[in-house]
Write a protein that binds this ligand. Structure first.
Ligand code: SF4
Length: 286
C-alpha cells in the first residue's frame, strides 16, 4: 500500500469539505457524541435539525441525564432506532458523574459506544492520539484508494496502517478524518463516482481498473425486521402520548390502526413481542 493515495486530499478538503456541518464547529465531546450517535443509522440531512435541537435543549451530559426519559424519546421521534437515545441517557448519567474517559477502552465501557465511536471521540473531540475511526465510508475509500480492494478484502489492521501512514502533513488527525469522511460520502460510494474524486490521481482501485465487486452493495433490509421495527415505532409513539406507559389495550388499539399496511400488527403474539422488546430496552414503562 503506498502512502501517496491521499495526494490532493488536503487541498480538496480545504476548498470543498463539508465544513458547515454544525457538529464540525465544535470539539465539545458531548456535542460530538450526540452527532455520532445520531449519524449511526440516520442520514446527515435528517440529523441536522435533531442535533441542533438536542444540543440546544441539553447542552451537556448533566442536563441530558436529568431530562425525563419520555421527553428525550419524544424529541428523538422521527430519527428511528430509539434504543440509541436510551443508551445516550445512560452514558450521559455516567459521564455527568465521573467525567469523560480519555482512552478507547474507557469510552467503550460506556453504553452504546463501540470501537468506531470511541475513536471518533478521541480524534474529533478529545484530541487524544488514536487509531483511525473506521466507519463504512472511511473503510471503503481507504481500501479502494490505498489498496485497490474492497474493505472486506483487507485486514482491519492493514487498513488502519494504510490510513495512519498516508495522513498529509497539512491535515491534523481531526481534519484528515473529516476529509476522508467527505471523499467517501461524496465520491467513493458503493458505486464510486471517480470523475471529480479528489483521490483519483493516486487511487489504486482506479489504477487497477476495478469495478465494484458483486455483493459489495448493501444487503436489502429484511422485510420482517423492517416491519417489526415499524411496529415498535407505532407502539412507542402510542406510549409517548401517554407519558411513556402502554397498556395492553392501548397497544392493541395502536396496532389495529396500522394493521392494514403492517402485517405484524395483525398478529397478537407479534404485538406482545414488540411491546416486550420495548420494555426490555427501557423505552416504555410497565
Ligand atoms: S477514484 Fe474512485 S475508487 Fe478511487 S477513491 Fe475516488 S471514487 Fe473511490
Amino acid at each position: 500500500m503506498g502512502t501517496t493515495w491521499t495526494a490532493g486530499l488536503a487541498r480538496w478538503y480545504a476548498a470543498h469539505g463539508r465544513h458547515d456541518l454544525p457538529w464540525r464547529q465544535t470539539q465539545d465531546p458531548w456535542a460530538v457524541l450526540v452527532s455520532e450517535v445520531m449519524l449511526q443509522q440516520t442520514q446527515v440531512t435528517r440529523v441536522i435539525p435533531y442535533w441542533l435541537d438536542f444540543t440546544a435543549r441539553w447542552p451537556d451530559p448533566a442536563s441530558f441525564a436529568a431530562a425525563p426519559r419520555a421527553d428525550v424519546l419524544r424529541a428523538w421521534q422521527g430519527l428511528g432506532y430509539p434504543r440509541r437515545a436510551a443508551a445516550l441517557l445512560d452514558t450521559a448519567a455516567l459521564v455527568a458523574a465521573h467525567g469523560w474517559p480519555h482512552d478507547e477502552a474507557g469510552l467503550r465501557s460506556l453504553p452504546g459506544i463501540g470501537r468506531y465511536t470511541a475513536r471518533a471521540l478521541l480524534t474529533l473531540a478529545l484530541g487524544v492520539p488514536s487509531a483511525p475511526p473506521l466507519d463504512v465510508n472511511i473503510s471503503r475509500v481507504a481500501a479502494r484508494a490505498g489498496a485497490g480492494a474492497e474493505p472486506n478484502e483487507v485486514p482491519v489492521s492493514a487498513l488502519e496502517q494504510c490510513i495512519a501512514g498516508a495522513r498529509p502533513r497539512s491535515l491534523d488527525p481531526r481534519r484528515y478524518t473529516f476529509a476522508l469522511f467527505d471523499a467517501g460520502a461524496l465520491y467513493c460510494r458503493v458505486t464510486p463516482a471517480c470523475d471529480g474524486c479528489p483521490l483519483q490521481r493516486g487511487c489504486a482501485w482506479r489504477r487497477l481498473g476495478r469495478a465494484p465487486a458483486a455483493g459489495s452493495t448493501r444487503r436489502p433490509l429484511v422485510p420482517y425486521a423492517t416491519s417489526m421495527r415499524r411496529l415498535r415505532g407505532v407502539l412507542l409513539a402510542a406510549a409517548l402520548r401517554n407519558d411513556g406507559d402502554l397498556t395492553h389495550e392501548a397497544a392493541r388499539t395502536a396496532a389495529a390502526l396500522v394493521a392494514a399496511t403492517l402485517p405484524p400488527a395483525r398478529d397478537p403474539a407479534l404485538i406482545d413481542q414488540a411491546v416486550a422488546s420495548l420494555r426490555a430496552d427501557r423505552l416504555i414503562g410497565g
